[in-house]
Design a protein around this ligand. Structure first.
Ligand code: DGP
Length: 113
């Protein structure tokens, strides 16, 4: 999508601090980190949100969940990490290209909302 921020980051039209890339997935550091380690993992294919996952595009989501532990390991998140995806206005999704936040590097709250 031409007007999608994360599509522009994936294409290299907007700079990012990349931590991982393969044929299907791109991962980069969040511009506004909420934890010592805060990485966004996105499919290269434009999927707007978790509400838009279907049997036709879910393979890349499964792949993302294979990549996430690799990234967590390479980031040294030995003591754990949190994975979050915000979907829609109630969840405060601000970029409408599905992304999975990896948060770690500190003890987090036991509350998720
Ligand atoms: P969400 O609220 O779940 O839609 O999260 C969007 C995240 O995207 C938010 O944590 C900040 C991050 N973000 C927004 N714009 C940019 C950008 O231009 N570069 C990077 N690296 N991250 C961005």
């Amino acid at each position: 999508m031409t007007d999608c921020l994360f599509c522009k980051i994936i294409a290299g039209d907007i700079p990012s601090n990349k931590v991982y890339e393969d044929d299907l997935v791109f991962a980069f550091r969040d511009i506004n980190p909420q934890a010592p380690t805060h990485i966004l993992v996105v499919p290269k294919e434009h999927i707007a949100s978790a509400a838009d996952i279907t049997k036709n595009n879910s393979a890349v989501i499964a792949h993302i969940f294979e990549v996430i532990p690799q990234i967590a390991k390479s980031e040294g998140l030995k003591n754990g990490f949190r994975v979050i995806t915000n979907s829609g206005p109630d969840a405060c999704q601000s970029v409408h290209h599905i992304h999975f936040h990896i948060l770690g590097g500190e003890q987090m709250s036991d509350k998720m909302a």
